[in-house]
Design a protein around this ligand. Structure first.
Ligand SMILES: NC(=O)c1ccc[n+]([C@@H]2O[C@H](COP(=O)([O-])OP(=O)(O)OC[C@H]3O[C@@H](n4cnc5c(N)ncnc54)[C@H](OP(=O)(O)O)[C@@H]3O)[C@@H](O)[C@H]2O)c1
Length: 320
Protein backbone atom coordinates (compact mmCIF):
# COMPACT_ATOMS: atom_id res chain seq x y z
CA UNK A 1 0.00 0.00 0.00
CA UNK A 2 1.42 3.35 -0.92
CA UNK A 3 1.75 5.92 1.81
CA UNK A 4 -0.92 8.33 0.62
CA UNK A 5 -3.53 5.58 0.25
CA UNK A 6 -3.53 5.02 4.02
CA UNK A 7 -6.95 6.52 4.73
CA UNK A 8 -6.51 7.69 8.37
CA UNK A 9 -3.24 9.36 7.44
CA UNK A 10 -4.70 10.90 4.27
CA UNK A 11 -7.70 12.36 6.13
CA UNK A 12 -5.34 13.85 8.71
CA UNK A 13 -3.20 15.15 5.86
CA UNK A 14 -6.06 16.85 4.06
CA UNK A 15 -7.16 18.60 7.24
CA UNK A 16 -3.74 19.41 8.72
CA UNK A 17 -0.92 19.21 6.18
CA UNK A 18 -2.17 21.43 3.34
CA UNK A 19 -1.62 25.08 2.47
CA UNK A 20 -5.09 26.00 3.81
CA UNK A 21 -4.34 24.22 7.08
CA UNK A 22 -1.13 26.25 7.39
CA UNK A 23 -3.02 29.49 6.79
CA UNK A 24 -5.56 28.50 9.48
CA UNK A 25 -2.80 27.52 11.96
CA UNK A 26 -0.84 30.68 11.29
CA UNK A 27 -3.68 32.75 12.82
CA UNK A 28 -2.53 31.60 16.27
CA UNK A 29 1.20 32.18 15.60
CA UNK A 30 2.84 34.84 17.77
CA UNK A 31 4.53 37.15 15.25
CA UNK A 32 7.11 38.50 17.67
CA UNK A 33 8.47 34.97 18.23
CA UNK A 34 10.38 35.43 14.97
CA UNK A 35 11.29 39.07 15.49
CA UNK A 36 14.79 38.23 16.71
CA UNK A 37 18.33 38.84 15.56
CA UNK A 38 20.54 35.79 15.48
CA UNK A 39 23.70 37.66 14.49
CA UNK A 40 26.72 35.82 15.85
CA UNK A 41 24.93 32.46 15.99
CA UNK A 42 25.98 29.65 13.62
CA UNK A 43 23.46 27.37 11.91
CA UNK A 44 24.31 24.23 9.93
CA UNK A 45 21.55 23.22 7.51
CA UNK A 46 21.78 20.02 5.48
CA UNK A 47 20.12 20.00 2.05
CA UNK A 48 20.10 23.82 2.11
CA UNK A 49 20.18 24.28 -1.66
CA UNK A 50 16.53 23.46 -2.29
CA UNK A 51 12.97 23.41 -0.94
CA UNK A 52 12.50 23.62 2.83
CA UNK A 53 16.26 23.73 3.52
CA UNK A 54 16.85 26.71 1.24
CA UNK A 55 13.81 28.57 2.60
CA UNK A 56 15.13 27.94 6.13
CA UNK A 57 18.61 29.18 5.21
CA UNK A 58 17.11 32.29 3.58
CA UNK A 59 14.94 33.12 6.62
CA UNK A 60 17.79 32.67 9.11
CA UNK A 61 20.27 34.58 6.92
CA UNK A 62 17.77 37.47 6.92
CA UNK A 63 17.99 37.48 10.72
CA UNK A 64 21.79 37.79 10.57
CA UNK A 65 22.78 34.19 11.36
CA UNK A 66 25.94 32.56 10.01
CA UNK A 67 24.82 29.78 7.68
CA UNK A 68 26.70 26.57 6.93
CA UNK A 69 24.99 24.97 3.95
CA UNK A 70 25.75 21.25 3.74
CA UNK A 71 24.92 20.05 0.23
CA UNK A 72 25.96 17.26 -2.10
CA UNK A 73 25.96 19.18 -5.40
CA UNK A 74 28.45 22.06 -5.66
CA UNK A 75 26.76 23.86 -8.56
CA UNK A 76 23.30 23.76 -6.96
CA UNK A 77 24.77 24.79 -3.60
CA UNK A 78 26.71 27.76 -5.02
CA UNK A 79 23.66 28.92 -6.96
CA UNK A 80 21.50 28.77 -3.81
CA UNK A 81 24.21 30.55 -1.80
CA UNK A 82 24.33 33.35 -4.39
CA UNK A 83 20.52 33.74 -4.16
CA UNK A 84 20.66 33.88 -0.34
CA UNK A 85 23.51 36.42 -0.25
CA UNK A 86 21.81 38.56 -2.91
CA UNK A 87 18.42 38.56 -1.22
CA UNK A 88 19.58 38.98 2.38
CA UNK A 89 22.82 40.95 2.02
CA UNK A 90 24.31 38.49 4.54
CA UNK A 91 27.71 37.26 3.34
CA UNK A 92 28.23 34.85 6.24
CA UNK A 93 26.91 31.97 4.17
CA UNK A 94 29.30 29.05 3.60
CA UNK A 95 28.99 26.00 1.37
CA UNK A 96 30.25 22.58 2.46
CA UNK A 97 30.05 19.68 0.05
CA UNK A 98 28.96 16.37 1.56
CA UNK A 99 26.87 13.49 0.30
CA UNK A 100 25.19 12.22 3.47
CA UNK A 101 24.82 8.75 1.97
CA UNK A 102 28.62 8.33 2.08
CA UNK A 103 29.05 7.08 5.63
CA UNK A 104 32.81 7.47 6.08
CA UNK A 105 32.72 10.93 4.52
CA UNK A 106 30.05 12.06 7.00
CA UNK A 107 32.44 11.24 9.85
CA UNK A 108 35.35 12.96 8.09
CA UNK A 109 33.29 16.07 7.38
CA UNK A 110 31.93 16.40 10.93
CA UNK A 111 35.30 15.80 12.58
CA UNK A 112 36.99 18.37 10.28
CA UNK A 113 34.19 20.90 10.94
CA UNK A 114 34.71 20.48 14.68
CA UNK A 115 38.42 21.16 14.31
CA UNK A 116 37.91 24.25 12.13
CA UNK A 117 35.02 26.05 13.84
CA UNK A 118 34.81 27.23 17.44
CA UNK A 119 31.00 27.18 17.67
CA UNK A 120 27.86 25.67 16.22
CA UNK A 121 24.66 26.83 17.86
CA UNK A 122 22.07 25.03 15.75
CA UNK A 123 22.17 21.90 13.61
CA UNK A 124 19.22 21.48 11.23
CA UNK A 125 19.01 17.95 9.84
CA UNK A 126 16.87 18.70 6.81
CA UNK A 127 18.29 16.67 3.89
CA UNK A 128 16.30 13.58 3.09
CA UNK A 129 15.73 11.28 0.19
CA UNK A 130 13.27 8.71 -1.12
CA UNK A 131 14.80 6.03 -3.36
CA UNK A 132 12.73 4.31 -6.04
CA UNK A 133 14.93 1.20 -5.96
CA UNK A 134 17.17 -0.37 -3.36
CA UNK A 135 20.79 0.68 -3.80
CA UNK A 136 23.84 0.44 -1.56
CA UNK A 137 26.72 2.82 -0.81
CA UNK A 138 30.46 2.09 -0.80
CA UNK A 139 30.15 0.65 2.71
CA UNK A 140 27.43 -1.78 1.56
CA UNK A 141 24.66 0.08 3.44
CA UNK A 142 21.26 0.75 1.89
CA UNK A 143 21.51 4.33 0.60
CA UNK A 144 18.25 5.73 1.95
CA UNK A 145 19.12 4.41 5.43
CA UNK A 146 22.67 5.76 5.06
CA UNK A 147 21.29 9.24 4.23
CA UNK A 148 18.17 9.56 6.37
CA UNK A 149 19.28 7.64 9.44
CA UNK A 150 22.96 6.78 9.81
CA UNK A 151 24.26 9.98 8.16
CA UNK A 152 22.03 12.03 10.44
CA UNK A 153 23.09 9.96 13.47
CA UNK A 154 26.83 10.36 12.74
CA UNK A 155 26.59 14.08 11.93
CA UNK A 156 24.63 14.78 15.11
CA UNK A 157 26.73 12.51 17.35
CA UNK A 158 30.00 13.90 16.09
CA UNK A 159 28.89 17.55 16.42
CA UNK A 160 27.41 17.17 19.93
CA UNK A 161 30.65 18.23 21.72
CA UNK A 162 30.80 21.40 19.57
CA UNK A 163 27.10 22.12 20.15
CA UNK A 164 27.58 21.58 23.88
CA UNK A 165 30.34 24.22 23.95
CA UNK A 166 28.08 26.74 22.16
CA UNK A 167 25.39 29.01 23.61
CA UNK A 168 21.73 27.87 23.55
CA UNK A 169 22.44 24.80 21.38
CA UNK A 170 19.63 23.23 19.38
CA UNK A 171 19.19 20.32 16.98
CA UNK A 172 16.16 20.25 14.70
CA UNK A 173 15.29 17.34 12.45
CA UNK A 174 12.87 17.58 9.53
CA UNK A 175 10.94 14.32 9.73
CA UNK A 176 7.58 13.67 8.08
CA UNK A 177 3.98 12.95 9.01
CA UNK A 178 4.50 9.86 6.84
CA UNK A 179 6.13 8.29 9.91
CA UNK A 180 2.69 8.17 11.58
CA UNK A 181 1.89 5.01 9.60
CA UNK A 182 5.08 3.27 10.71
CA UNK A 183 5.98 1.43 13.90
CA UNK A 184 9.68 1.41 14.67
CA UNK A 185 11.27 -1.66 13.05
CA UNK A 186 14.84 -2.48 13.95
CA UNK A 187 15.03 -5.95 12.42
CA UNK A 188 15.44 -4.87 8.79
CA UNK A 189 17.55 -1.70 8.91
CA UNK A 190 19.09 -2.43 5.51
CA UNK A 191 15.67 -3.11 3.88
CA UNK A 192 17.14 -6.25 2.35
CA UNK A 193 14.18 -8.48 3.24
CA UNK A 194 10.81 -8.33 1.48
CA UNK A 195 9.79 -6.09 -1.42
CA UNK A 196 11.49 -2.69 -1.49
CA UNK A 197 8.87 0.09 -1.37
CA UNK A 198 10.94 3.29 -1.30
CA UNK A 199 8.15 5.48 0.09
CA UNK A 200 7.46 3.15 3.01
CA UNK A 201 11.19 2.68 3.64
CA UNK A 202 11.45 6.49 3.81
CA UNK A 203 8.46 6.67 6.20
CA UNK A 204 10.18 4.09 8.44
CA UNK A 205 13.33 6.24 8.43
CA UNK A 206 11.24 9.25 9.41
CA UNK A 207 9.91 7.22 12.40
CA UNK A 208 13.52 6.36 13.26
CA UNK A 209 14.36 10.09 13.20
CA UNK A 210 11.61 10.73 15.77
CA UNK A 211 12.94 7.98 18.03
CA UNK A 212 16.53 9.21 17.60
CA UNK A 213 15.46 12.73 18.61
CA UNK A 214 13.74 11.43 21.77
CA UNK A 215 16.78 9.34 22.67
CA UNK A 216 19.32 12.09 21.96
CA UNK A 217 17.25 14.46 24.11
CA UNK A 218 17.40 12.02 27.04
CA UNK A 219 21.14 11.55 26.69
CA UNK A 220 22.13 15.22 26.19
CA UNK A 221 20.12 17.41 28.51
CA UNK A 222 21.97 20.62 27.69
CA UNK A 223 21.02 20.58 24.00
CA UNK A 224 17.44 21.34 22.90
CA UNK A 225 16.33 18.67 20.40
CA UNK A 226 13.18 18.80 18.33
CA UNK A 227 11.74 17.03 15.31
CA UNK A 228 8.97 18.23 13.06
CA UNK A 229 6.64 17.66 10.13
CA UNK A 230 6.58 20.52 7.59
CA UNK A 231 3.20 19.59 6.09
CA UNK A 232 2.83 18.71 2.40
CA UNK A 233 5.20 21.06 0.58
CA UNK A 234 5.73 21.68 -3.12
CA UNK A 235 9.41 20.74 -3.54
CA UNK A 236 11.51 18.72 -6.03
CA UNK A 237 11.59 15.78 -3.58
CA UNK A 238 7.80 15.41 -3.69
CA UNK A 239 7.52 16.06 -7.44
CA UNK A 240 10.18 13.44 -8.22
CA UNK A 241 9.41 10.74 -5.67
CA UNK A 242 5.59 10.95 -5.56
CA UNK A 243 4.55 12.31 -9.00
CA UNK A 244 0.90 11.14 -8.79
CA UNK A 245 0.48 12.68 -5.35
CA UNK A 246 2.20 15.87 -6.51
CA UNK A 247 -0.05 16.16 -9.56
CA UNK A 248 -3.31 15.54 -7.72
CA UNK A 249 -2.47 17.70 -4.66
CA UNK A 250 -0.52 20.46 -6.36
CA UNK A 251 -3.00 23.28 -5.62
CA UNK A 252 -3.10 22.30 -1.93
CA UNK A 253 0.63 21.99 -1.30
CA UNK A 254 2.42 24.48 0.95
CA UNK A 255 5.15 26.78 -0.33
CA UNK A 256 8.72 25.99 0.83
CA UNK A 257 8.54 29.09 3.08
CA UNK A 258 5.37 27.75 4.75
CA UNK A 259 7.03 24.34 5.12
CA UNK A 260 10.09 25.99 6.68
CA UNK A 261 8.12 28.12 9.15
CA UNK A 262 8.22 25.66 12.08
CA UNK A 263 11.89 24.81 11.40
CA UNK A 264 12.79 28.50 11.63
CA UNK A 265 10.63 28.96 14.73
CA UNK A 266 12.33 26.00 16.43
CA UNK A 267 15.76 27.30 15.41
CA UNK A 268 15.49 30.95 16.46
CA UNK A 269 12.61 31.62 18.85
CA UNK A 270 12.89 31.83 22.61
CA UNK A 271 9.43 30.33 22.88
CA UNK A 272 10.51 27.03 21.26
CA UNK A 273 13.39 26.58 23.69
CA UNK A 274 11.05 26.85 26.69
CA UNK A 275 9.28 23.63 25.58
CA UNK A 276 10.67 20.28 26.71
CA UNK A 277 13.43 18.76 24.57
CA UNK A 278 12.81 15.77 22.30
CA UNK A 279 9.32 16.63 21.08
CA UNK A 280 7.56 16.41 17.69
CA UNK A 281 6.06 19.59 16.14
CA UNK A 282 3.61 20.62 13.49
CA UNK A 283 2.80 24.29 12.83
CA UNK A 284 4.72 25.53 15.91
CA UNK A 285 2.84 23.16 18.22
CA UNK A 286 3.94 19.99 20.01
CA UNK A 287 1.83 17.11 18.67
CA UNK A 288 1.59 13.38 19.25
CA UNK A 289 3.96 11.03 17.44
CA UNK A 290 1.13 8.54 16.98
CA UNK A 291 -2.33 8.62 15.35
CA UNK A 292 -5.23 7.99 17.77
CA UNK A 293 -5.65 4.26 18.51
CA UNK A 294 -2.53 3.52 16.47
CA UNK A 295 -0.50 0.32 16.71
CA UNK A 296 2.71 2.21 16.12
CA UNK A 297 3.97 2.45 19.73
CA UNK A 298 7.31 0.75 20.43
CA UNK A 299 8.91 -0.33 23.68
CA UNK A 300 11.66 1.58 25.48
CA UNK A 301 13.88 -1.44 24.91
CA UNK A 302 13.40 -1.32 21.12
CA UNK A 303 14.07 2.41 21.08
CA UNK A 304 17.30 2.01 23.05
CA UNK A 305 18.24 -0.90 20.80
CA UNK A 306 17.93 1.31 17.71
CA UNK A 307 20.46 3.70 19.24
CA UNK A 308 22.90 0.93 20.15
CA UNK A 309 22.64 -0.59 16.65
CA UNK A 310 23.32 2.84 15.10
CA UNK A 311 26.19 3.44 17.49
CA UNK A 312 27.80 0.11 16.61
CA UNK A 313 27.37 0.71 12.87
CA UNK A 314 28.67 4.28 13.13
CA UNK A 315 31.77 3.13 15.04
CA UNK A 316 32.53 0.53 12.34
CA UNK A 317 33.14 3.36 9.88
CA UNK A 318 34.65 5.94 12.23
CA UNK A 319 38.09 7.16 11.13
CA UNK A 320 40.87 6.53 13.68
N1 LIG B 1 8.06 18.33 0.79
C1 LIG B 1 7.27 17.70 1.65
O1 LIG B 1 6.02 17.63 1.50
C2 LIG B 1 7.85 17.04 2.85
C3 LIG B 1 6.99 16.43 3.76
C4 LIG B 1 7.54 15.83 4.87
C5 LIG B 1 8.91 15.87 5.08
N2 LIG B 1 9.74 16.46 4.16
C6 LIG B 1 11.16 16.45 4.43
O2 LIG B 1 11.70 17.74 4.20
C7 LIG B 1 13.12 17.62 3.98
C8 LIG B 1 13.51 18.53 2.84
O3 LIG B 1 12.94 18.05 1.64
P1 LIG B 1 12.21 18.98 0.58
O4 LIG B 1 10.81 18.55 0.50
O5 LIG B 1 12.55 20.40 0.85
O6 LIG B 1 12.88 18.47 -0.79
P2 LIG B 1 14.05 19.03 -1.71
O7 LIG B 1 13.77 20.43 -2.11
O8 LIG B 1 14.26 18.03 -2.78
O9 LIG B 1 15.29 19.06 -0.72
C9 LIG B 1 15.94 17.90 -0.28
C10 LIG B 1 17.37 18.29 -0.01
O10 LIG B 1 18.06 17.17 0.53
C11 LIG B 1 19.26 17.02 -0.22
N3 LIG B 1 19.75 15.65 -0.19
C12 LIG B 1 19.09 14.51 -0.52
N4 LIG B 1 19.92 13.46 -0.38
C13 LIG B 1 21.11 13.94 0.05
C14 LIG B 1 22.35 13.35 0.36
N5 LIG B 1 22.56 12.03 0.22
N6 LIG B 1 23.35 14.14 0.80
C15 LIG B 1 23.18 15.48 0.93
N7 LIG B 1 22.03 16.09 0.63
C16 LIG B 1 21.01 15.33 0.19
C17 LIG B 1 18.86 17.45 -1.62
O11 LIG B 1 20.01 17.67 -2.43
P3 LIG B 1 19.88 17.74 -4.06
O12 LIG B 1 19.21 19.05 -4.38
O13 LIG B 1 21.29 17.65 -4.50
O14 LIG B 1 19.03 16.58 -4.47
C18 LIG B 1 18.11 18.70 -1.29
O15 LIG B 1 18.99 19.76 -1.00
C19 LIG B 1 13.39 16.14 3.73
O16 LIG B 1 13.97 15.56 4.88
C20 LIG B 1 12.00 15.57 3.50
O17 LIG B 1 11.93 14.23 3.89
C21 LIG B 1 9.24 17.05 3.05
Amino acid sequence: MSLYRNSAWFVKGVTEFTRNAFVASSKRFVEKDLEVSVAGRAFMITGANSGIGKATAMAIAKKGGTIHMVCRNKDKAEEARADIVKETGNKEVFVHILDLSETRKVWEFAEAFKRKYKALNVLINNAGSIMSQRDVNAEGLEKSFATNVLGLYILTKSLIPLLEKSADPRVITVSSGGMLVQKLRIGNLQSDRGRYDGTMVYAQHKRQQVVMTEQFAKAHANIHFSVMHPGWVDTPAVANAMPDFHRSMRESLRSPEQGADTVVWLAVSEAAATNPSGRFYQDRRMVSTHLPLAWTHSSALEEQKLMSLLDDLAKTFQPH
